[in-house]
Ligand binder design. Structure first.
Ligand SMILES: [Zn+2]
Ligand SMILES: [Zn+2]
Length: 335
């Protein structure tokens, strides 16, 4: 089968690898669509998260069950599924409380085990969510990143009346616009350096889209979601907040930064980090997409064959970003 594998910084190769064999207690999934995540770019640019090479990348996917191993109940060949790609230890204090996203050992498929940038993928049945047959597999590939945005919206306590600023109009920033709307937020402002990304934010209905942070106090907001993870955007996010405001740190940092925290102290800001999501967020994301509460379609900028994986990574790491979410569509996928 075809797979896109990470060999080292800037080195992604699409090659033929053996199709995995379905053992007892496992499910073989024929992948339909797979999305490139910001964390895949951290791998590509900096080699973060991966524990071995070459590793088949990817953790966002939709697909159809091809085979179920002995002892698997509740899933049958032909079922449409999405996955919970988190790999946690299962034993720590947080895992035992169902908070696997706080597990100190947290990793993802595509980093610590083979991922979904491949025609077939093996997973344990407890990590698969059956999706309604009515749901398109293309939209279903966005369940996982939408779960991130829904988790952000919940941690940020987004309720009607809150004024919101989003830093970064990459896929997570864009999906957070949609999650904020679903939570009843009427006014969303977005900051992004890239004209291409700002155009996506406008298309998704942001009320105010800016190239740089507003300076005046009257433009300050109650909540800022920082979804980039570099020095200037974190500093700008803190300045953008009203006294007593809430900073949600959703971006991961590739480099050490120099940061003046005095505004956090002086404004008595509430600072929260967010990491991935809980199982309930994946279920909620499925319901929101299937129920038409959130339309994820405009977040997808390109649908490409898996064979062009190397080009897709080049496109997403270019300085001018004209791509948002890139999905790989497997060649046999008809819908
Ligand atoms: Zn992701
Ligand atoms: Zn754990």
């Amino acid at each position: 089968m075809l797979a896109a594998r990470y060999y080292g910084i800037g080195d992604v190769r699409v090659e033929e690898v053996p199709r995995p064999v379905c053992a007892p207690g496992e499910v073989l999934i024929k992948v339909a669509y797979a999305g490139i995540c910001g964390s895949d770019l951290h791998i590509y640019r900096k080699g973060m998260f991966v524990t071995y090479i070459p590793v088949t990348m990817g953790h966002e996917f939709s697909g159809v069950v091809a085979e179920v191993g002995a002892d698997v109940t509740g899933l049958s060949p032909g079922d449409a599924v999405v996955g919970d790609p988190r790999v946690s230890c299962g034993n720590c204090e947080w895992c035992r409380q169902g908070q696997g996203n706080r597990c100190p050992e947290l990793g993802f498929i595509g980093e610590v085990s083979p991922g979904c940038f491949a025609e077939y993928l093996l997973m344990k049945p407890e990590y698969l969510l059956k999706i309604p047959q009515s749901m398109s597999l293309r939209k279903a590939a966005l369940v996982e990143p939408l779960a991130v945005a829904l988790h952000i919206a919940a941690i940020a306590k987004l309720t009607p009346g809150v004024s919101l600023g989003i830093v970064g109009a990459g896929p997570i920033g864009l999906l957070t616009i949609l999650a904020a709307r679903a939570a009843g937020i009427s006014r969303v402002a977005v900051v992004d350096l890239s004209p291409g990304r700002r155009a996506f934010a406008e298309k998704l209905g942001a009320d105010l889209v800016m190239e740089s942070f507003p300076e005046d106090a009257s433009s300050q907001v109650d909540v800022v979601i920082e979804a980039v993870g570099v020095e200037n955007t974190l500093q700008g996010a803190v300045k953008w907040l009203k006294p007593g405001g809430r900073l949600i740190m959703a971006g991961l940092y590739e480099d050490k930064i120099c940061f003046d925290p005095n505004d956090i102290v002086n404004k008595e800001l509430d600072v929260k980090g967010v990491n991935a999501y809980g199982t309930g967020d994946l279920k909620k994301a499925t319901d929101y997409i299937d129920g038409g509460i959130i339309d994820v379609t405009p977040v997808v900028s390109h649908i490409l064959p898996l064979a062009s994986a190397a080009d897709a990574f080049t496109m997403l790491t270019a300085s001018d970003k004209n791509a948002a979410k890139i999905l790989f569509k497997m060649d046999y996928c008809k819908t």
